[in-house]
Structure formats: structure tokens, C-alpha cells
Design a protein around this ligand. Structure first.
Ligand code: NZQ
Ligand code: ZN
Length: 386
């Protein structure tokens, strides 16, 4: 096991009816900005619950944060935060709204001229404006981590940011919100969380027996609840396990003491930036080719995963590892998710070159758990996804 430090300060308030506890978590007298997306919270009752809980606060609303939170829209919110002297941010939504609020938390205290530099120059946020979240869509784990991903339509970029100042102060997670989520987004949530575990698990054996078992238990739980929650999002047992699995997949715990990959996400983000493909689906497109391309280096973990998640008992390490890739792709298909880029766009031919060139420009030459995948390897992996 590798050395590690672990600190996660986010308070989780989990369960039915817990949105009412909001007011106990936000300092009295705060001037609150409530931020949300395109309006799903208005039709499913979450907005009313939040407003009722906030009736003792001065609240300013900012709506319209889109999926893949857009920089130019966030700048409008930043103006209001400054002019109205907001002191607490409350994100009510999925990963996009929460990530948008993380950007604002950082940008509100940033002293540089152009807030995009936080992303373009990878400036770590040591301290941000305090914010909390009410999660409406299990998927990203953003409710309990300190990372965010922001898009900029003008330049077709999608870049990450983070730092210890960007953990939510609290996150309220009521699994009853899952009942209004469309099937497509439920599938995305399962897919994204599954990929988060794979990025931190499908590397090479590092003697981290407990981390492996925790990671495997999240994968097993997602596989078990996937058909239930896809069929009936009002199934509370499935919804609560779905929600907690997504959080546990990316709250920092399973990455401690182990090597991590994250190359699939790096390539996937480019597919969203270029073609607007849902984040989760980009991961399904890249994963099979990535595992095949890096087969020899990942085969021991692939075989362990084949045995423990998919009950593959027969064959050599290589055969089990190959079965693992097939079972994984079949699982993505069972969620209704296509795994080839050509199923999402007809103009894919130049994609690998474009992505490889972008990685060259940014100096991204050390991807993957061995930190040795550069633009040439990325080009081949992306080509395998066509
Ligand atoms: O905007 P509204 O109307 O609210 O509709 C949203 C949105 O259209 C809808 N939705 C959310 N909760 C709902 C609901 N509809 C009905 N009922 C509910 N309860 O779902 C749509 C998608 O929402 P979005 O927030 O975009 O989805 P998700 O949570 O999957 O977030 C994706 C974003 O997170 C980033 C992705 O790149 C992408 O930008 N990620 C963030 C990470 C992080 N911060 O740690 C890690 C991830 O790897 C990922 O990159
Ligand atoms: Zn993800």
C-alpha cells in the first residue's frame, strides 16, 4: 500500500425528509445565493422544500446553469455575488450545478484578472467562499469531493479544477429526489460512478487489499441495483444505495494508498467538449479500448475484477482479463449506453488527431497509472473507440 493522507471535511446529511435541516447548516444572517439548473427542481418539489427551509434568510436566486456548466453563464452569477455581497452559496442540483458553484466559490475570492486562469493554469483553490449542496442527481460524487469540471463553449474546452478549499461544507442527500430523474440520466449516473471506481481500481496490484474490496463492493452494488433503479426510480432501497454508491465512488476514500489512472476521463472530457456527448457516455466510449490498449499492464487487476464482480472462474489470467472487458462493455449496453463514438457523431474521423494535438499543446504527456501515456498513445486509444 502507498503512503497517504486523508481528510474529507464535508458533512453528509442523508435520508428522507432531510432537506428541512438546511437552515441548521447555514450560518444565521448569511446572504444566500441559491443556484440551480434548468428547472427540474421546480417540477419535482425540491425547490419548494428548499425555499421553505430558507425562509429566515435573504435569498437571491440564480437559475439556468446548464449540463456541463458553462463559463460565460457562471460569470453572470459571479457579477451578482460581488454586487450583492453574497456570503453563502447553495447548489441545488446534479454535478453540473455543484461544479458551477465550486467554480464560483473559488472565483469569488480569486484576485487575478481572468477567472478562467484558475482552470487554464491549474491554480489550486486553498480557500473558497463557503457553500453547501442539495444533491438531486447521483452520479459525480461532487457533493463530497473538492473537484469541478467547467466548460467553455467559445473555445470548446472542458477543464478541471480543485483544491482543499472546494469541499462543500455540507451536502444534503435525499434519495427521494431520484424518483423524478429521467432514465437516461439514471443510466449516466450509474455509468459515471462505475467509471470513477474503475479509474481508481483498474491499474496494477498495490497490496491495498481493503481499498480493492471497498472498490469492488461499490461496483457490485451498482451492478445489483442497476436494473432495479432503471426500472423503477421510486424504489427507495435501490435509490438510496445508488446515491450512496455514487458518493463513495469519488469522495477520495478508495483512491488512498493506490495508483490511479484517470486517462479515460481526460479523453472523455474532450469528447464532451468537441461533440457535446454526455459525460458518462464518453467514458463508455473510451473504456473498452483503453483497457485493451493497456491490456498487459492491467491484466492482473482485470482478472481479479472478472473473478470477484463477474464470477469468471475458468481460464488463464489473460482469458479472465479479456472476459472482464467483454462483461464490462455488456454492462454498459445493459444501461442503454452505446460504446462506439460513431454511434454519437458521424464526423468522428479526425477526433484522435484533434485530441492528441490538444494534449501536446497542454503538455499532457504523463497520463495513466504509470504516468507514461502521451499524445501518441492517446491517439491510438481514441482511434480504437470509433
Ligand atoms: O438542469 P435541470 O433542469 O435541473 O436538469 C438536470 C440536467 O438536465 C437533470 N436533473 C438533475 N436532477 C434531476 C434532474 N431531472 C429530474 N429530476 C432530478 N432530480 O439532469 C440533467 C443532468 O444534470 P447534470 O448535473 O449535468 O448531471 P451530472 O450530475 O451527471 O453532472 C455532470 C457534470 O459533472 C462533471 C461532468 O463532467 C459534467 O460536467 N463531473 C464532475 C465531477 C466532479 N466534480 O467530481 C467528476 C465527474 O467525473 C464529472 O467530470
Ligand atoms: Zn466522471
Amino acid at each position: 500500500m502507498l503512503n497517504f493522507e486523508f481528510k474529507n471535511p464535508t458533512k453528509i446529511i442523508f435520508g428522507k425528509g432531510q432537506i428541512a435541516k438546511l437552515s441548521a447548516e447555514i450560518p444565521a444572517g448569511s446572504k444566500v445565493m441559491l443556484l440551480y439548473g434548468g428547472g427540474s427542481i421546480k417540477s419535482n418539489g425540491v425547490y419548494d422544500q428548499v425555499m421553505q427551509a430558507l425562509n429566515n434568510y435573504e435569498v437571491i436566486e440564480f437559475s439556468g446553469i446548464p449540463a456541463n456548466p458553462e463559463y460565460s453563464i457562471l460569470l453572470q452569477a459571479l457579477e451578482i455575488i460581488r454586487s450583492k455581497e453574497i456570503s453563502f452559496l447553495l447548489a441545488v442540483g446534479g454535478g453540473s450545478v455543484i461544479d458551477g458553484v465550486k467554480f464560483l466559490s473559488s472565483a469569488a475570492l480569486y484576485e487575478g484578472k481572468e477567472p478562467w486562469d484558475i482552470l487554464a493554469q491549474s491554480i489550486r483553490t486553498e480557500k473558497g467562499m463557503p457553500f453547501g449542496t442539495v444533491l438531486t442527481l447521483p452520479a459525480t460524487g461532487s457533493e463530497m469531493n473538492s473537484g469541478a469540471v467547467i466548460s467553455r463553449a467559445e473555445t470548446k474546452e472542458k477543464l478541471s479544477m480543485g483544491g482543499p478549499g472546494l469541499f462543500p461544507v455540507f451536502s444534503i442527500m435525499d434519495p427521494e429526489v431520484v424518483r423524478s430523474i429521467p432514465t437516461r440520466q439514471i443510466a449516466n449516473g450509474i455509468m459515471d460512478a462505475y467509471s470513477h471506481v474503475l479509474e481508481q481500481y483498474m491499474t496494477y496490484p498495490a497490496g491495498a487489499l481493503l481499498q480493492d474490496r471497498i472498490a469492488e463492493s461499490i461496483l457490485q452494488t451498482l451492478v445489483e441495483i442497476a436494473p432495479r433503479i432503471m426500472k423503477d426510480p421510486a424504489d427507495y432501497i435501490a435509490a438510496s444505495n445508488f446515491m450512496w454508491s455514487c458518493t463513495m465512488a469519488l469522495n477520495g476514500l478508495i483512491q488512498k494508498g493506490v495508483p490511479t489512472d484517470w486517462a479515460v476521463h481526460a479523453m472523455g472530457h474532450e469528447l464532451t467538449a468537441l461533440y457535446g456527448i454526455d459525460h458518462a457516455r464518453t467514458l463508455a466510449i473510451i473504456t473498452p479500448g483503453h483497457f485493451l490498449y493497456n491490456f498487459d499492464r492491467k491484466k492482473d487487476k482485470l482478472a481479479q475484477y472478472a473473478e470477484r464482480i463477474w464470477n469468471v472462474r475458468e481460464g488463464t489470467t489473460e482469458q479472465k482479463a479479456m472476459a472482464a472487458i467483454e462483461k464490462t462493455e455488456a454492462f454498459f449496453h445493459s444501461l442503454g449506453i452505446e460504446t462506439k463514438l460513431s454511434k454519437y457523431t458521424s464526423s468522428f474521423e479526425d477526433t484522435a488527431n484533434i485530441i492528441a494535438n490538444r494534449f501536446t499543446e497542454r503538455g499532457w504527456t504523463k497520463l495513466g497509472e504509470h504516468k507514461d501515456l502521451g499524445p501518441d498513445q492517446v491517439k491510438e486509444i481514441v482511434e480504437m473507440s470509433y
